[in-house]
Design a protein around this ligand. Structure first.
Ligand SMILES: [Fe+2]
Length: 187
C-alpha cells in the first residue's frame, strides 16, 4: 500500500532527526538524537499522551532545521529555535504538539521564576542559554505565562528536556516513537 503524503513528510522529519541528530547537543554530553530520544522516553515512562511524547521527541527540531543555529549560539545570539521548530512542525501537527514546543523555552523562564531549586539544577549550557533567552520571568510575566493554554504541557516537556542530557540513559531507537507521532498528526 502506498504511504500517504503526510506519513511521507513525517518520515522525512524522522530521517532528518536520525541524520542531523548525530551532532552533539550544544555543550551537553549527548547528541541531538539522544537528547530527543531521552526526552521522549521520559514522557513515555510517565504515561504522557501521544501528542506530548511527539512534542518531547521533536521539541528541539528547530536546532536541526536552522543551519545557522550552532554558529549563532557560539556568537551569543538567540535564534528562537522554539519558534522555528513549532512553525516547522505546524504543517504536520496541531497545537497540542506545536505549542508545548513553542513554549518550552518560556517554560524554563517560568520555572526559574517560581521554583528556587529548578535553576540550581540546570546544566551550565542551559544557564548560558537562559541568559540569551531573557533570563527568569518577573512576577507579571510568570503569571501571564501560566495562564496560557498549553502552559502545563510545556512545563512537562521542559522538565523532560532538562533530564534528557544523561550519557547513561538508554532509550529505544527512533522507530519506536513513530507510532506516537502518527497518532499525534493533525487531522
Ligand atoms: Fe532540549
Amino acid at each position: 500500500m502506498p504511504v500517504s503524503p503526510v506519513i511521507a513528510r513525517l518520515d522525512a522529519v524522522f530521517a532528518m532527526l536520525e541524520t542531523a541528530g548525530r551532532n552533539q547537543y550544544g555543550e551537553e554530553a549527548v547528541s541531538q538524537l539522544q537528547h530527543a530520544l531521552q526526552a521522549a522516553t521520559l514522557a513515555e515512562a510517565e504515561g504522557a499522551p501521544a501528542d506530548l511524547i511527539a512534542a518531547a521527541l521533536l521539541h528541539d527540531i528547530g536546532h536541526i532545521t536552522d543551519p545557522e543555529f550552532e554558529a549563532a549560539m557560539a556568537r551569543g545570539e538567540d535564534r528562537w529555535h522554539e519558534n522555528l521548530g513549532a512553525d516547522f512542525l505546524s504543517g504536520l501537527f496541531g497545537a497540542n504538539v506545536t505549542e508545548p514546543v513553542r513554549m518550552h523555552v518560556p517554560a524554563k523562564r517560568y520555572l526559574c521564576a517560581v521554583d528556587p531549586d529548578y535553576m540550581a539544577k540546570l546544566s551550565p549550557a542551559s544557564v548560558k542559554s537562559l541568559n540569551l533567552q531573557g533570563g527568569a520571568f518577573n512576577g507579571n510575566d510568570a503569571c501571564a505565562f501560566i495562564a496560557q493554554p498549553h502552559a502545563a504541557a510545556a512545563i512537562r516537556v521542559r522538565r523532560w528536556d532538562d533530564r534528557a542530557k544523561d550519557p547513561n540513559l538508554a532509550t529505544a531507537d527512533l522507530s519506536h516513537f513513530r507510532s506516537y507521532a502518527i497518532a499525534a498528526l493533525k487531522r
